[in-house]
Design a protein around this ligand. Structure first.
Ligand code: C5P
Length: 238
């Protein structure tokens, strides 16, 4: 059965880009500002990677992973991410969880299994969809497509600071290397690679503080969706 199309009457804002660009923070702040739903699609791949590891499934076995995706449930409850009912918020944010998610994400069987689930997240009044292929594959008719970018060195520095602030030991050189590897996997895969979707508005955040990135995004929303009230609610992205 083919996946359902994006509901025509629900506006979607797609925010794509590589890891460490502040996408998740911007997507969350924008969802609060507009009062819209939020889809953190990366969390789905992270959950699936964790479920695969727990079940002892080989991360190169696309068929087994596709079947696992079809029988696994992931639910978002505020800040909590529930994998088959269990809160796995910490387990899916470890250093290994990102690269493991990228390995799971290369398989078309997995991507197909997650497609209808992601499209079903488009519910009124609207959806902010955060990921790698939101504008290119999952929501090609999105009302606005944003592509957030930043240099690998800057992204690694941000990640380094986050880890050190949390008291976790980190090595900047290793972080740059891991980020580059993950970028290569995400950009080089055959199915739904990370790419700038047609018509996307590209923002390079290398030299921009997060508040200014949010301002750029809100300006883009005003231009693309003039009928939407972007409000003035305080949605500090920090
Ligand atoms: O965004 P996040 O870092 O949580 O994503 C983890 C991994 O999941 C990414 O590196 C990517 O391989 C995969 N992913 C994807 N498509 C998406 C979202 C995430 O392939 N829409």
């Amino acid at each position: 059965m083919s996946a359902p199309q994006q509901p025509a009457d629900v506006p979607v804002i797609a925010i794509d880009g590589p890891s460490g660009t502040g996408k998740g923070t911007i997507a969350g702040a924008l969802a609060r500002r507009l009062g819209w739903h939020l889809l953190d699609s990366g969390a789905l791949y992270r959950c699936l990677g964790l479920a695969a590891e727990r079940s002892g499934i080989d991360l190169d076995d696309g068929d087994a992973l596709g079947a696992l995706a079809a029988r696994t449930t992931v639910r978002f409850d505020g800040e909590r991410v529930l994998l088959d009912g269990e809160d796995v918020g910490d387990e899916i944010r470890t250093a290994e969880a990102g690269p493991r998610a990228s390995r799971v994400a290369v398989h078309p069987q997995v991507r197909d299994a997650l497609l209808s689930w992601q499209r079903a997240a488009a519910r009124p009044p609207g959806l902010i969809a955060d990921g790698r292929d939101m504008g290119s594959t999952v929501f090609p008719d999105a009302a606005l497509k944003i592509y957030l970018d930043a240099s690998p060195e800057e992204r690694a520095k941000r990640r380094y600071k986050q880890l050190i602030d949390k008291g976790i030991d980190a090595n900047l050189h290793d972080l740059v290397k891991t980020l580059r590897e993950r970028d290569a996997l995400d950009r080089g895969r055959r199915h739904s690679p990370l790419t700038v979707a047609e018509g996307a508005f590209v923002i390079d955040s290398t030299a921009l503080p997060i508040d200014q990135v949010l301002e750029c995004v809100i300006d883009a929303v005003r231009r693309a969706l003039p009928a939407i009230d972007v409000g003035t609610r305080d949605v500090s992205p920090h």
